[in-house]
Design a protein around this ligand. Structure first.
Ligand code: PEP
Ligand code: MG
Length: 327
């Protein structure tokens, strides 16, 4: 196993016709950087920082954040790391934090994620300060989850401005010049991707929530799991819109939801123009393998044909068949 991983580690993630598609890892804990590196990840495309809040019943201090981020930076060895700010609420409510994310009738539509950060500025600023300080040591980027409106994005950026002033006043080492992007996981954000693309440094499409909110299907409710499908034509169209908006402004787009570890979706995503994928560590070698069997021309044909199919089930079986032919 170790030998097999080592042999795959160095394999470049590029198509048969030489297009580079970066494959990065999604992590929750700093020690998972190792798991990504040994599978040949090009970086950490999604660092879910909620775990810091699971460790105790009190909020993590700036130093606890900073230590965790420094561990990730050190393990990543100059590869990029996208740190997502807190995404608490709905499916992610640690014990002891229920006072922060009071459950309403519809927690998925309630006070969660970046909405919560914007309501609790000390909590948000503590995390941001630690990220800018850790960014002195490596290629760190910040990503805000669940951005739904431009106003929300601008408010978050304004808080970043305040935090940079605080750090300046404190006279500590920090790196103010790091890319700041957003997750596209709410249909409203995908629909306004052109406007967002004027202001953000990058997009990362969170298909888990994007599917939930587009199809109105609770992502964690087994009673409706058969309705939850990444191959739905509506999802394909939203992804295409985001890629096209990003292309016009020349900003990168990653897909970091579960869809990126579903191998039959890889040719489709490549064909839609995705050049960065962030996936669970275990899936990294297989995702790279599929990419290496592809040509961009074939991927574009697959995506174009998939876009003509009007039912998720038929898109899925088409993609399954194409994956079988490719690999
Ligand atoms: C997503 O929604 O696709 C995503 C990557 O974020 P999370 O699964 O952590 O909500
Ligand atoms: Mg999400």
């Amino acid at each position: 196993m170790a030998a097999r991983l080592a042999s795959r580690r160095k394999i470049r993630s590029e198509t048969k016709d030489g297009t580079r598609i970066h494959v990065m890892g999604n992590i929750e804990f700093p020690n998972e950087v190792e798991h990504c590196a040994e599978r040949g990840a090009d970086g950490i495309g999604l660092y879910r920082t909620e775990f810091l809040y699971l460790q105790s019943n009190t909020e993590p201090t700036e130093e606890i954040h900073y230590d965790a981020y420094c561990r990730v930076v050190q393990a990543a060895q100059n590869r990029p790391i996208v740190i997502r700010t807190l995404d608490l609420g709905a499916d992610k409510i640690p014990r002891g934090y229920r006072h922060l994310a009071k459950e309403g009738m519809n927690p998925a539509l309630g006070l969660r994620s970046v909405r919560l950060s914007l309501r609790d500025l000390p909590l948000f600023k503590t995390q941001l300060r630690a990220i800018f300080r850790a960014a002195v040591h490596g290629d760190v980027r910040i990503m805000f989850p669940l951005i739904s409106t431009l106003l929300e994005w601008r408010q978050a950026k304004m808080i970043v401005g305040d935090v940079l002033e605080d750090l300046e006043e404190r006279g500590v080492d920090f790196n103010p010049n790091i890319p700041i992007g957003m997750m596209v996981e709410v249909p409203a954000a995908a629909l306004l991707a052109e406007e967002f693309a004027e202001e953000v440094d990058f997009f990362s499409i969170g298909t888990n929530d994007l599917i939930q909110y587009t199809l109105a299907v609770d992502r964690s409710d087994p009673a409706v799991s058969s309705l939850y499908n990444s191959a739905d034509p509506s999802i394909l169209r939203l992804i295409k819109m985001v890629v096209e908006a990003a292309r016009k402004k020349n900003i990168p787009v990653t897909v970091c939801g579960q869809m990126s570890s579903d191998l039959k979706s890889i040719p489709l995503l490549a064909g839609l123009g995705i050049r960065q994928i962030s996936t669970t560590p275990l899936a990294i070698p297989e995702v790279k393998e599929v990419i290496r069997h592809l040509t961009i021309a074939r991927a574009e044909e697959i995506a174009a044909h998939a876009m003509t199919i009007d039912v998720a089930r038929d898109v899925e079986s088409y993609l399954r068949g194409e994956l079988y032919k490719i690999c």
